[in-house]
Design a protein around this ligand. Structure first.
Ligand SMILES: [Zn+2]
Length: 110
């Protein structure tokens, strides 16, 4: 029965779980795809490296996660653009109504 060890990816700093017979092998990290060596990490390093956060090397980690983030930001930006366009159109409409009102008032005056 193999015991699972916990290490930390040398590229992205994320947690890696592997069985003891794979210890010392080089693999490509399932999180960032970069080559890393499987070796048991000291507990404090594992504590500092939860599976979804990489505090030691944020640069490497940011390469794995930009896509959903960027998509979300792009989506938010397009919503923002839509909101701005809506506000501008509403302002134009209100302006037109006001001009029409003003013209009607002008026409009623002697
Ligand atoms: Zn990694």
């Amino acid at each position: 029965m193999a015991t699972n060890l916990i290490g930390v990816c040398q590229a992205c700093g994320r947690r890696l779980e592997f069985s003891v017979e794979h210890s010392g092998q080089s693999i490509s990290c399932p999180h960032c795809g970069r080559p890393t060596r499987l070796k048991p990490a000291p507990p404090e390093l594992i504590e500092a490296a939860p599976p979804d956060v990489a505090p030691s090397q944020p640069l490497a980690a940011s390469e794995t996660e930009p896509e959903p983030d960027a998509t979300q930001r792009r989506l938010q930006r397009s919503y923002l653009k839509l909101a701005i366009v809506t506000v501008i159109l509403l302002a134009l409409l209100i302006g037109l109504v006001q001009v029409a009102e003003w013209l009607r008032n002008q026409a009623h005056q002697p």
